[in-house]
Design a binder for this molecule. Sequence first.
Ligand code: FAD
Ligand code: ZN
Length: 468
Amino acid sequence: MANAVPRQFLDACRDALGASGVVQDLEAIEPYTVDFWRQHRGRAAAVLRPRCTAEVAAAVALAAEHRVPLVPQGGNTGLVRGGIPDGSGGQVVLSLERLDRIRHIGAAGDHLVAEAGCVLARVQEAAAAVGRLFPLSLGAEGSCRIGGNLSTNAGGVNVLRYGMARDLVLGLEVVLADGRVWSALSPLRKDNTGYDLKQLFIGAEGTLGIITAAALRLVPAPRERVTLWLGIDAPARAVELLRRFQNELGDLITSFELLTAFGVAAAARHLPGVRRPLAGDHPWHVLIEAAWTFADGLRERVEAVVATALEEGLIADGVLAESEAQRTMFWRIREGQSEATRHMGYIVRSDVSVAISDLPRLIGRMASWVAEHAPEVLLIPFGHVGDGNLHFNFVTPPAAVEHLRPMLLGQLYDEVTRLGGSISAEHGIGRLKRAELARRKPALDLELMRRLKNALDPQGLLNPGVLL
Ligand code: FAD
Ligand code: ZN
């Protein structure tokens, strides 16, 4: 086999990482080669499981010496096949899961240093334990890991207020393609001594270096939080409401999410413990959250905005979460959108962004197109209206996926491109959207990206086949 992984490489890795650091048993390797939704499968010659930065560095140096392609992996919740190997069997997965220590919490509570393999929920807990908030929050937070979050520049439900993953990073530690460790974990807020190198590795999907640790920004924990569920008649209302809420409450709004009636009903039917938040039938739903550091007073302010919007007919109905349990249920509906509909067919996923004011147009155009050209497909748009970012899930008859997927996504990406939007707002490119990127990204952008790649990974061994 032309691209077989040399035995000497694996032997040397075993010397460097210990027996438990090199997995070759086929059954044990399997989970590292299949994606979260079990829709895509690759093959790996082995899985490396280093325990510390020095072991990562040793593994990467050996890979460089033996010219072995590495696929870094965190929690393997990525949705674009970037963290699982290709089908050749000639790649090796480098799992960061054992680098899972919180190394340090800043004395001022303004940052913490977490290793790449820390599960996101654990980082949130560590912040909460010192009375602070680590605001990155997404449906996969119980299994995704910080290194993966940063490598995909994850978004999630708090971007509106706190930004994407890259906005929460103060410093990084990265193992470079030649095995050297670039340590820049200083938690400085301000540093204008040249290029902001850490940002290169954020959103790079493992193609420029291996992130081993990060200094993460913590913010004051909110004391009062208000979560509300609204029924509305059209997506354009959501955009109007967003502006209304932001005008009245500024950046106290942390989340602003849109859902379809169908998606809400599916959640109520299929997710345990979930009920429809509103009694009446509404074609569209909005989930909003606001938070501040005062102990009370926010609820009244939110209620005042809702009352006016109700009076003006912007909202058909609404309810505020009365308990943490109800709030959790609201969020369960939102985060369970894919889970609630996946038994109905094969879900073709997407995450696109356009200007917020163009969202209703995009939804309208896609709905008409699907009705006319693919009536067997159920279109479920939902997501982060506040960020101009929607997930269009196409529930597709499994037998017709191969034929429908390129049609549906091609149409969506064409519409998005016409509106000047992005074909990947938060999940990244991975292996899944590489051809689309090559087709749609301006040539000069691609050239600059390739030059960076060549400069930092001249042998092309870090996640080959991903992104570029
Ligand atoms: P992995 O899947 O393991 O890897 C992702 C990419 O990063 C791969 O290219 C991999 O090679 C690379 N990588 C991983 N670790 C490292 C490292 N240490 N150094 C270098 N490269 C590395 N994403 C959002 O942005 N917003 C959401 O709201 C959201 N919701 C989701 C909900 C569900 C139910 C699921 C399953 C996924 C969701 N995602 C979302 C996608 C996914 O959770 C994120 O992309 C997440 O950040 C990936 O983290 P991970 O540890 O699982 O990374
Ligand atoms: Zn999302």
